[in-house]
Design a protein around this ligand. Structure first.
Ligand code: ADP
Ligand code: MG
Length: 224
């Protein structure tokens, strides 16, 4: 199952990287466009009007390509099916079993089989769960317990992943979904950005609570 997990991660890493880079290209582009607008080249020489519009149209072209890249990474409505999250979670947890044992982590799954189905893409949701569970295991340097709880909430359902790991500072908490933000020497800083994208494309909400030295709880709330 460790091999399966590695293959799963490799398959997704390329897509994650592409989506992360695409996301990051948008900010400098917007800044560039703003400065070109400020320069207002057309005031000075007539031929420059042409340069200006060329620059704008090239920036817009990059913007369009980047957006297409990002929508490629997003699931389309027709790929969505009713998913039993209880089953999806169970499968994900067994995929992570070896990784957990190797890090002295026990996963305690508080099952709930009476929850309604969620409209979504199974592989994407599993990828989000893997990212969260992996982070939780990596945060418990001396091992510990990861509790996964499924619950009915006000207008839907909620899955919580509560670890007993190192926790996060307020700044880390703020940056957790920022592309390339990592505190690990071998991290990519893309896992939580992708997780947040997946959750949002399922109309869900990602919540993070953390206490330094005590642990972190990541919750996903799905409306029904
Ligand atoms: P990576 O795992 O490659 O560093 P992620 O996007 O998955 O990238 O996570 C970004 C950062 O958020 C991590 O480097 C870590 O600092 C923090 N983080 C995420 N989940 C947890 C957690 N459960 N406990 C403590 N810190 C976490
Ligand atoms: Mg990670």
């Amino acid at each position: 199952s460790n091999y399966l997990l590695q293959q799963y991660e490799k398959m997704n890493l390329v897509g994650e990287l592409a989506a992360g880079i695409a996301h990051e290209i948008k900010n400098p582009l917007t800044i560039l466009k703003g400065f070109i607008q400020l320069l207002d080249i057309s005031k000075h020489k007539r031929e420059h009007t042409q340069y200006e519009s060329l620059m704008f149209s090239e920036i817009d072209r990059i913007h369009l390509m980047v957006n297409e890249f990002l929508t490629l990474a997003k699931p389309s409505e027709e790929d969505m099916k009713p998913i039993d999250l209880h089953v999806a979670l169970k499968q994900t947890i067994s995929l992570m079993h070896a990784h957990a044992v190797n890090n002295k982590v026990t996963i305690q799954f508080e099952e709930n089989t009476s929850l309604p189905l969620v409209h979504g893409i199974e592989n994407k949701l599993k990828q989000a769960f893997i990212n969260i569970i992996k982070n939780a295991i990596e945060a418990m340097h001396e091992g510990g317990r990861l509790r996964i709880i499924m619950d009915q909430c006000k207008d839907g359902m909620k899955i919580s992943f509560a670890d007993e790991g190192c926790g996060m500072t307020e700044e880390e908490l703020r940056k957790i979904t920022t592309p390339f933000f990592t505190t690990k020497s071998d991290g990519t800083g893309l896992g939580m950005m992708i997780t947040n994208n997946i959750v949002e494309s399922h109309n869900g909400k990602l919540q993070v609570e953390s206490k330094m030295g005590a642990g972190t709880t990541i919750s996903i709330a799905f409306p029904l």
